[in-house]
Write a protein that binds this ligand. Structure first.
Ligand code: MG
Length: 122
């Protein structure tokens, strides 16, 4: 089943590789380059996003601030954090705000797709 996936990532290279993996698997990627842009997309009516895959370190609004905002706005879309940071403190914080999972870069395409299959909204 095709899923609409919001990618939030400031690195054009990583963003492009995520888009390719997701698109090739038959899903529909939508991209934002920081948390602020992601919120703008999520505030649009009928955005239909079923899962969010977000980087942590980004300008303007980082991944932790994004997930905090989602919790405050009561937006219940499963969110996976994707980062080079494996700091226990960041993981704890992200989970506290409702992050459903954590993938450490460099990620494998299969890990991303398995996560989408497992966690995306129907
Ligand atoms: Mg980054």
């Amino acid at each position: 089943m095709a899923k609409k996936v919001l990618i939030v990532e400031d690195s054009p290279t990583v963003r492009k590789s995520l888009e390719t993996v997701i698109h090739t698997a038959g899903h529909k990627p939508v991209s934002a380059s920081n948390g602020k842009e992601a919120l703008e997309i999520l505030e649009q009516e009928n955005h239909g996003i079923q899962i969010i895959i977000s980087d942590i370190n980004m300008p303007h609004m980082d991944g932790i601030a994004l997930i905090k905002n989602l919790a405050e706005k009561d937006i219940k879309i499963p969110t996976i954090m994707l980062t080079t940071e494996s700091s226990a403190d960041l993981i704890r914080k992200a989970r506290e705000y409702g992050a459903k999972g954590w993938l450490v870069k460099p990620f494998l395409g299969e890990q991303i797709l398995a996560t989408i299959d497992k966690l995306a909204l129907p």
